[in-house]
Design a binder for this molecule. Structure first.
Ligand code: SF4
Ligand code: SF4
Length: 97
């Protein structure tokens, strides 16, 4: 008897960009643009290349692409200016009675 087993969600090479994996995590990073110095440390360490320093006129600060951010918290750990906080997603907040 043959059994078909699907081993993963990605079936073809170069297709992962099409999968919005941002909802896999429990937490998400929030950048405090007042504290961000645009040093790009977070950019260099993010394993998913989904935080990037961008320019907005005179301002420059890190912006997260939440479509792909898996909430690992590495960016918050490495930021030398404590400009990133990890927040728990609302769907994981429970009231204890
Ligand atoms: S590491 Fe911190 S200060 Fe540097 S760009 Fe990222 S958020 Fe901004
Ligand atoms: S939480 Fe992880 S995946 Fe998301 S931006 Fe930070 S380093 Fe990248």
């Amino acid at each position: 008897m043959k059994i078909k087993i699907n081993l993963g969600a990605i079936s073809e090479p170069m297709q992962s960009e099409n999968l919005k994996t941002g909802d896999w995590g429990t937490h998400y990073p929030v950048v405090d643009k007042e504290k961000c110095t645009a040093c790009k440390t977070c950019e260099q360490y993010c394993p998913d290349l989904c935080i990037e320093v961008k320019e907005f006129g005179e301002e420059k600060y890190a912006v997260v692409n939440y479509n792909y951010c898996k909430g690992c918290g590495i960016c918050a750990s490495v930021c030398p200016f404590e400009a990133i906080k990890m927040e728990l997603k609302d769907i994981f907040k429970f009231e204890v009675c």
